[in-house]
Design a protein around this ligand. Sequence first.
Ligand SMILES: Cc1cc2nc3c(=O)[nH]c(=O)nc-3n(C[C@H](O)[C@H](O)[C@H](O)COP(=O)(O)OP(=O)(O)OC[C@H]3O[C@@H](n4cnc5c(N)ncnc54)[C@H](O)[C@@H]3O)c2cc1C
Length: 301
Amino acid sequence: MDRFDTLRAELARRCPELELRSQEPMSRHTSFRIGGPAALMALPKTEEEAAVALRTAWEMEIEPFFLGNGSNLLVPDRGVERFLVKAASGLDSCRIEGNVVRAGSGITLARLSVLARDSGLTGLEFASGIPGTLGGAVTMNAGAYGGEMSQVVRSVTCLTRAGERETLTELAFSYRRSPFTDGSRMVLGAELELMAGDREAIRQRMEELSVQRQTKQPLEYPSAGSMFKRPAGHFAGALIEQCGLKGLSVGGAQVSEKHAGFIVNRGGATCSDVLALVDQVKRRVLAQTGVELEMEVKILQ
Ligand SMILES: Cc1cc2nc3c(=O)[nH]c(=O)nc-3n(C[C@H](O)[C@H](O)[C@H](O)COP(=O)(O)OP(=O)(O)OC[C@H]3O[C@@H](n4cnc5c(N)ncnc54)[C@H](O)[C@@H]3O)c2cc1C
């Protein structure tokens, strides 16, 4: 029996209703459709289940990894000896009162922005095409088209690794970073403050942004979105294109021909293919432009 079997047995004893999966293929949980098995995954449906999962792992000195929709994640082909906690349905509620939206970490941004639109609330249109959960978006301070989560998040309820509940209102966000990026807390939910707006204008803006994404981004292939952070004063995609790297491939991984900032899985790509391609792109962009690219996509180790 390894320590994940022991953790599984203890979790099943303490919380029989908690869904647990051993050796769960991560290709099912990432938008890249890449990744070997994770040793153990818990899918809590309530805050209490999540707290038991974290507290038990804490007592056994097993560090959890918090998973959202896996849309900013690359997982090694051999899999990971990790305990993953993924908010399941039940942690995806949404309540709207006036211009305040209270939602669970598991709700998708697509659903959340539609609910805000239907309540005549503006401010979340930018997020409608980002394929993540609220928990992942708060953690990554996800942003697009001039908006980012920091502009709308008022407070975040979370669990410490020891399973203690906290509500944070002083939130130091920066570019693709938040107080949660270091993995020290699991986001359970957030309170967003939006503004009253015109429902038809909100719908039109969301439609406009969706058309822009479909025109410019390779949504027809699995990917994790922009592979690299935006370097100061530049756009990663433009630099990569300028270096003539559009279409460059390693195995099934390819620098998208449509948008050079994306690496896509053209079929059967492995994590090693993606990382080898990232390495080539970084080396050639540095040599030709002097700019050092940094990965935005997280690698689960
Ligand atoms: C086609 C495509 C387009 C994209 N466009 C954009 C874009 O315009 N702007 C943008 O910013 N991003 C974009 N992304 C990237 C991605 O969708 C965002 O980063 C998103 O916010 C990630 O959310 P997720 O739920 O998938 O998180 P995951 O990928 O599962 O996790 C990302 C990080 O957040 C952490 N995390 C997830 N959930 C929790 C939680 N509940 N508590 C604590 N930590 C947690 C994880 O540990 C990990 O470090 C795009 C991706 C794709 C595939």
